[in-house]
Design a protein around this ligand. Sequence first.
Ligand SMILES: Cc1cc2nc3c(=O)[nH]c(=O)nc-3n(C[C@H](O)[C@H](O)[C@H](O)COP(=O)(O)O)c2cc1C
Length: 204
Amino acid sequence: MPTLLAIQSSPRGDRSVSRNLAAKFIEDWKAQYGGTVVVRDLMKTQLPFVDLPWIAGAYTPAEQHSPEMKEALQISNELTAELLAADHIVIGTAMYNFSIPAILKAYIDHIVRIGVTVTPNYEGLVKGKKATILLASGGLYTPGAHAESYNVATSYLKQILGFIGITDVSVVLAGGTAAVDRGQATLPELLGQFEPAVAQAAKA
Ligand SMILES: Cc1cc2nc3c(=O)[nH]c(=O)nc-3n(C[C@H](O)[C@H](O)[C@H](O)COP(=O)(O)O)c2cc1C
């Protein structure tokens, strides 16, 4: 049975477009594959930034780790094990300042590890997996849109996933969420626009 790892990162709870789309993705994926779903909610994960004991530990053989290094790497070990055990990874994220939220970057800093997810020669070790990015943004960044080139979130996520070995990546650009905040559309109306693309990514 396959495993889906669902990474949620929005602080906006039920009003979050990326959370709602990730929930729909999980539902569709479950209906298709019936496997195991592991939800990693970054808003509920105590995720420190990478610090000196973390860096020292990441470049020191495990048998030589000090208690401080062990502690610093504990969450990273948990997150990398979770990632390596998954067959499909869905990332629900907002666009913040044309890029990704800091909490998701902090997660990435914990899962990109030499000897664990990438070799010392920079070959990705997270092989044979698919990923889907569900990117919610207030504005529109679809091909041909005026602000398309401002979107560095998609290219960055694809690049870093590729770096650790995940090259089969689908992206759903859930743009225009500001319409809901301005009262020009309801949340269900907006979500409905993206549900076919989410369903397609979940079945792929
Ligand atoms: C700090 C912050 C920065 C944002 N930066 C952008 C941005 O650069 N471009 C954009 O289109 N929307 C931006 N937004 C709007 C969010 O992307 C939008 O509200 C999105 O729906 C949030 O995702 P969520 O609904 O899953 O929480 C920003 C919102 C916040 C709170």
